[in-house]
Design a protein around this ligand. Sequence first.
Ligand SMILES: Nc1ncnc2c1ncn2[C@@H]1O[C@H](COP(=O)(O)OP(=O)(O)OP(=O)(O)O)[C@@H](O)[C@H]1O
Ligand SMILES: [Mg+2]
Length: 218
Amino acid sequence: MDEQFIANRKVLNMKKVSHKNLIQIYNYFKSPDRVYLVMEMMSTTLASVMESTGEIEEYDASRIMKEIGDGLAYCHRKKLIHRDCKPENILISERDLKLGDFGVSTFEEGGTVCGTSAFMAPEMFLGESHSFVVDSWAMGCVLYEMLTAKRAFNGPVGRVEKKGDRWKIDTKISFSPDISEVLAGLLQFKPKYRWNMQQLLSSNWLFAQDEKREQEIT
Ligand SMILES: Nc1ncnc2c1ncn2[C@@H]1O[C@H](COP(=O)(O)OP(=O)(O)OP(=O)(O)O)[C@@H](O)[C@H]1O
Ligand SMILES: [Mg+2]
């Protein structure tokens, strides 16, 4: 896809969504060869934070999953698939966590292969038609990366082994049962069995982490 097309799509789709966990676009200007976007300003990205700190604490990772999950659930209700969830596109400020970069987002379920290969759901890589749960797969990759400071997969369904219908990440790292359940749900190979964002948001793991947060506040 050419840059002008991506920039136009970014503007068009961003203007159609408004949610506390999605980057807001205020205005845009076009010159013959460029599109300029005026967006709310964030301080950094999850990718930059992880570059300096390495892995993210479980408690913080759960907040990121919950908030970005909320933003994505909203997009999906609006029938928008983001298709490029990854640490570079998760923006952070002192108070907020927001998903940005709607350059390859789409209102059509379809077959275009796009996004970033390491976060690409198997059905997209295999050229099958894809839907909202490609974002679930990507969020599974993001969660794995936050907790381990390692890429879940090096490329599309890279270092994975097939176990029945599940694809298991090639690692010895073990997670708590609650986190394993989330990873298994989001990184489910077959899209029809993969968790959607509502399942993530109502997972035991996020529920337990939420309780911790509430106890801290009171
Ligand atoms: N609203 C924002 N506030 C602060 N930084 C931002 C914002 N939007 C984007 N950035 C920074 O710019 C980078 C690229 O922006 P974005 O993801 O929207 O475009 P992109 O299509 O991925 O561009 P490129 O591929 O050239 O990096 C982000 O990874 C982030 O570092
Ligand atoms: Mg980007």
